[in-house]
Design a protein around this ligand. Structure first.
Ligand SMILES: CC(C)(COP(=O)(O)OP(=O)(O)OC[C@H]1O[C@@H](n2cnc3c(N)ncnc32)[C@H](O)[C@@H]1OP(=O)(O)O)[C@@H](O)C(=O)NCCC(=O)NCCS
Length: 363
């Protein structure tokens, strides 16, 4: 029997959706560089590529946009459920509960494109509804005339965001739509492999994304940068953390042993939306010092900047608060999760084994 703790280097599926090349630092979505898609296309166009297998024609794009826009409203009972969740619950827990409650008898097996579109369309509305309720603001109804990302920002901020802000968030959301069999996508595929429904798979995936070693990292990057505070404090702070055996958030990746291509693309986006932002200046300095110290304390481990480091910078620069970072990641990754679930609909049950290390009773 082959043992691989953490399933490192174990292949459990074939996919047409993406190639994550950890040695070359490359990310491909169905024959396109993800970095090019992020800069040249919209959220809906890339979702179409992942779901249907090709970039849309103008007509196909119009149809998809209309379908997504038509599914944004969340039903009354979902709003009541969100309102009943204690105020101190974190946004990912709210999202998980609300998505779970979307499951109805007609959400059965096999998953359909209509279910996928409906769920993807509702994610931003759930987050914005909760966000506004906690701030005692009247939640804004979704606007059908805006694209997915522009509408998300509109519902959060209560006014239309600038084009530069929409482009920056669009780039982040595209770069994080899909990433092979990461922990949350794998989780979703495991649930789907039992022929459970789409809502159950996505609910489970949200639970996996919530953890700080996966999607929970960007808000911890912000905490780290706030604790560091000044450029002068970067080296002593980071050194002290590494001396204590702590992990530096926003660095390291299971697959990428060189630069994470999403971090490279996002650092450019961050510089374009936040040129004179002192916070970005601090982040760039901290990155440089952290990479030097990681090489000193963990030589040969291939620890580099990952997507979460610059995700924090981009989202902060467009005025999103830290509590919205991981939920925004869920907004984009729903596309990849659902594409995998559709692709895996007829796959074999995923069922690995464990080695029993306890004792055996006498017969
Ligand atoms: C992403 C991550 C979970 C990948 O973990 P992994 O593949 O299981 O890596 P391992 O836990 O096997 O780590 C390998 C070595 O690098 C070290 N390491 C990994 N990431 C590190 C980090 N961010 N800071 C300091 N050391 C780190 C580990 O301590 C380990 O050291 P050792 O060989 O002395 O035991 C890990 O790099 C991490 O925790 N990063 C911080 C959280 C983060 O940014 N997550 C977002 C990912 S996109």
């Amino acid at each position: 029997m082959i043992t691989s703790i953490g399933l490192e280097n174990v292949v459990v599926a074939e996919t047409d959706l993406s190639l994550v090349d950890g040695q070359k630092g490359q990310l491909v979505y169905r024959n396109y560089w993800a970095r090019d898609l992020a800069l040249e296309h919209s959220f809906e166009e890339v979702a179409h590529l992942l779901w249907y297998g090709h970039l849309p024609s103008a007509d196909e794009l119009a149809v998809l946009k209309e379908k997504l826009a038509g599914e944004r409203e969340i039903p009354f009972h979902i709003k009541s459920i969100i309102d009943a969740i204690p105020e101190n619950a974190d946004m990912m827990s709210v999202l998980r509960t609300a998505v779970s409650a979307l499951g109805t008898p007609d959400h059965g097996w096999p998953p359909t494109m209509e279910q996928v579109i409906s769920l993807t369309a509702k994610m931003p509305t759930i987050i914005a509804y909760r966000y506004n309720r906690l701030q005692n603001k009247e939640p804004k109804a979704p606007r059908a005339d805006l694209g997915h990302t522009a509408n998300y920002l509109f519902m959060l901020k209560g006014k239309e965001a600038s084009e530069a802000q929409v482009r920056a968030l669009d780039a982040y959301l595209i770069l994080t739509q899909e990433h092979g069999l990461n922990a949350s996508t794998f989780t979703g595929r495991v649930v789907a492999s039992t022929r459970s429904d789409l809502v159950s798979s996505i609910t489970a995936a949200i639970g996996a994304l919530k953890g700080p070693l996966h999607g929970g990292a960007p808000s911890e990057v912000t905490d780290m940068l706030e604790a560091i505070g000044t450029k002068e404090n970067a080296e002593p702070w980071l050194r002290a953390a590494l001396e204590k055996g702590e992990r530096l958030m926003g660095f390291g990746h299971r697959v990428y042993k060189t630069m994470d291509p999403r971090a490279v693309a996002l650092s450019k986006v961050a510089s374009s939306v936040a040129q004179d932002d002192p916070w970005l200046d601090l982040a760039t300095h901290v990155e440089k010092v952290a990479l030097k110290l990681l090489e000193e304390y963990k030589p040969g481990r291939g620890l580099n900047t990952n997507v979460e480091f610059y995700a924090a910078a981009v989202m902060r620069s467009i005025g999103l608060e830290a509590e919205l970072f991981t939920p925004s990641f869920a907004v984009s990754r729903t596309v990849g999760w659902s594409a995998h679930i559709l692709e895996a609909a007829n796959n074999r049950l995923i069922r690995p084994q464990s080695i029993y290390t306890g004792t055996i009773p006498a017969e």
